[in-house]
Design a protein around this ligand. Structure first.
Ligand code: FES
Length: 104
């Protein structure tokens, strides 16, 4: 089974915004929305923008480059010009820490 990796303190997150993390060579974004935490790849599938810098509305993050949008719960592209999804990662919170399951 893929191990859970401690990647951040829940207190490091900002409600309604993203932060960047780099666990085990991955470039990921964590989003805290309505008390839940979601993890996606940080780099937009359309270009080299960082989604952690994007504007969050509801469960969507808007890419800062061309305003493509992704559902942070699934990574699905929900607004062009982004058409390809970004990967989303399993998250769990335990004792104030954020854990991700990072497969290869
Ligand atoms: Fe993200 Fe173009 S780089 S929409």
């Amino acid at each position: 089974m893929t191990p859970w990796i401690d990647v951040a303190a829940e207190a490091d997150l900002f409600e309604g915004a993203g932060i960047a993390i780099q666990p085990a060579g991955h470039d990921l974004a964590l989003f805290s929305i309505d008390g839940e935490v979601f993890a996606t790849d940080n780099i937009c599938s359309h270009g080299s923008a960082r989604l952690c810098d994007g504007y969050v509305e509801g469960y969507e993050v808007e890419c800062p480059f061309h305003q493509g949008r992704f559902d942070v719960r699934t990574g699905a592209a929900t607004c062009g010009p982004a058409t390809e999804p970004v990967k989303s990662w399993p998250v769990k919170i335990e004792a104030g820490r954020v854990y991700l399951q990072l497969s290869a």
